[in-house]
Design a protein around this ligand. Sequence first.
Ligand code: HPA
Length: 245
Amino acid sequence: MIGIIGGTGLSEPSFLDSVQTRKIMTPYAESPVQILTGVLRGVQVAFLPRHGKGHKVPPHRVNYRANIWALYNIGVRALIGVNAVGGIHPETGPGRIAIPAQIIDYTWGREHTFFSDGLDSVTHIDFTAPYDETLRQLLIRSADDVPVWNGGVYACTQGPRLETAAEVERLRRDGGDMIGMTGMPEAALARELGIAYACIALSVNWAAGLSDDIITMEAIGKVLEQGMGTVLAVIERAVQQYATL
Ligand code: HPA
């Protein structure tokens, strides 16, 4: 089954039909992970809002391990992560969509691996290409008439505060093209379990210091509202194509 992890701006399953709630216990949390299953254009999908019901869990508090483990356990083997980002690269202005190809991880203190305790042997996954290329290409083909940037480096910061202008300048020098707070460790955990994972990133602001405007939640909300419909249109087509693979 294909799964969708919704980020900021995509926390309601209103795009699905026949929605059911599954509560999945995991070794990583006391309470169950709530996954919504439903039908999207005739295809059964799983949907998990990353920040929980009502968008209350901040990026550094998301239980990424429990989420990915629960999705795997109900049979998810391909996963689209939806992420709101701040744009650095000229192709990533507010409203633009990107399918990033690479990640740099600046997060800290997050439970970031399934391979910690009780191991038969130490395990190092290959993460040279952090996103599944087949799923990336599927998303790019599904963009259709929507201009989508194929590529770019997703720089994952700890949050929840936004960056300083100097931090953004450093991220740019490092090769970062867009900044988000939730791409990691999600992508690595999916790889650890063998789930094909790709990201669809919606830019909701220019990163700090790159425009004269200060970044407000209100302005971000407006771009999210306008852009998320387009993101969903791409995902709908991707899900349909996935079903025919
Ligand atoms: N920085 C980090 N994460 C973000 C941003 C940003 O500017 N915009 C949306 N998510």
